[in-house]
Design a protein around this ligand. Structure first.
Ligand SMILES: [Zn+2]
Length: 439
């Protein structure tokens, strides 16, 4: 066997790195070249959408993801994923195991000014860090992260729920050098993310992630318009959007750090607001302008079902889209529109203005009932509790149709399609399309 000696100028400067990107096979390049007509196609066009759909389905299959999980992807590699995670996955504070480059980089991205300083357990490169049993439960953690396989050293950490993970906290695993090479159980994570340039032998620059329903729910959580009326006559208008959060502190609160939009000081609490879409003081005239633009709110005593019906009669867009329009009715999100229309047997594609008067009224009444129950339960539960069942209702028992494979009402398949830029879930049996034409 010939002996090979690499010239020193070809050796990596950091000797720890043993697992760089894979070589791209010539067959892959030939395939790319043979299908080059897809390059330069808009991402809105069918060829690109179909390719993305094939990749998502194949990855879901490869990783045997549980029902309700979704494969999500984006450009920008793991670095872009970390920034997105710091923005919309971490609510207040994350915990990280850091024992190499990858773990350290996510921890660093999570040190964003709108978040509390992350809780980090470090260990020397080549060894593995671990959380102590009660450390997570006491530190106000809502997301726990570590690398499945530390790219820089090859040290592996099993994919399990770490002992002491608080209820509701997400488990997020970096899998860039593990994905496709190490067996794991996706149900033990909420987000399993990776760039595909290692085991999957692709080029870098993309990221993929397997998202659990809990992780999707956190990303989709959206706020509403909040109005606080002051004795001066002015109104404070806050729209939390996707990222806005109020945080309650004991008074006297410490000096604010980072980007604070609003501080309300009282006794015994102080409330800090960070990251809202809107935070503004309105005089009565501007408040009226805002209210005119918002549809009636079924949770308010002055919410007017007649105004809602009048709004529907003015719109030829599908009812599934109209319910998401805050100027038609306030407060309905993607989960509720699917559940409300299923319960009433209304096909979401029917033009809003063609609903019968009693259907419009039933949509209003059902919305009011479900939103009221949601406020009481502090989560979305649209189905009655099964007899004898105690404790927290599992997600797949909480809804009839949303993100389900089968309709909980009739057992038939759930159809998915885009409506108002969001995925609509509907049952072909319970919500027959024939009624689109008024049959
Ligand atoms: Zn059904």
């Amino acid at each position: 066997m010939p002996s090979l000696t690499l010239p020193p100028e070809l050796l990596p400067t950091d000797g720890r790195f043993g697992c760089g990107p894979s070589k791209i096979r010539t067959e892959q390049l030939a395939h790319l070249s043979a299908n080059a007509d897809i390059l330069g196609t808009s991402h809105r066009q069918a060829p690109v959408k179909q390719l993305v759909a094939r990749v998502r389905t194949a990855l879901a299959d490869l990783f045997n993801v549980p029902a309700g999980f979704e494969v999500i992807l984006g450009n920008g590699g793991s670095t872009a994923f970390w920034d997105a995670a710091a923005f919309s996955l971490i609510e207040r504070r994350s915990a990280h195991l850091s024992f190499g480059e990858f773990g350290a980089k996510f921890a660093s991205a999570a040190s964003a000014p709108w978040l509390e300083a992350p809780f980090i357990v470090t260990a020397a490169a080549g060894t593995r860090a671990e959380f102590e049993a009660d450390a997570l439960s006491t530190a106000g953690i809502d997301l726990v992260a570590w690398p499945h396989n530390e790219t820089s050293t090859g040290v592996m950490t099993p994919v399990v729920r770490a002992a002491g993970t608080p209820a509701g906290a997400l488990t997020v695993v970096d899998a860039t050098s593990a994905a496709g090479g190490i067996q794991f159980d996706a149900s033990k994570t909420d987000v399993y993310y990776f760039a595909p340039q290692k085991n999957l032998g692709s080029d870098g620059g993309l990221w993929f992630a397997l998202f659990s329903p809990a992780a999707i729910e956190r990303v989709e959580a959206y706020g509403k318009h909040l109005l606080y009326r002051w004795s001066s006559g002015d109104t404070l208008h806050v729209h939390l959007g996707l990222y806005g959060k109020f945080r309650r502190l004991h008074t006297p609160a410490p000096e604010p750090r980072g980007a604070l939009r609003l501080r309300l000081e009282g006794e015994p609490y102080t409330a800090d607001l960070r990251g809202p879409i809107a935070c503004e003081l309105l005089d009565p005239a501007r408040e009226q302008l805002l209210l005119d633009r918002l549809g009636p709110d079924p949770l308010r005593r002055d919410g007017d079902p007649e105004l809602f019906a009048a709004n529907l009669r003015r719109r030829r867009i599908p009812i599934g889209a109209a319910l998401m329009d805050q100027s038609v009715i306030a407060g309905i999100g993607n989960v509720y529109r699917a559940e409300i229309l299923l319960l009433l047997g209304i096909d979401p594609r029917r033009p809003a203005r063609e609903l019968r008067e009693e259907e419009m009224r039933a949509v209003w009444d059902t919305t009011k009932r479900l939103l009221t129950a949601g406020v009481k339960a502090n989560r979305i539960v649209t189905r009655p509790r099964r007899p004898g069942r105690k404790g927290r209702v599992p997600r797949d028992e909480a809804v009839w149709v949303y993100r389900r494979q089968d309709c909980a009402q009739c057992g038939g398949p759930v159809e998915r399609y885009e409506l108002a830029a969001r995925t609509m879930y509907a049952c072909a049996t319970c919500q027959p399309a024939a009624r689109i034409n008024g049959v």
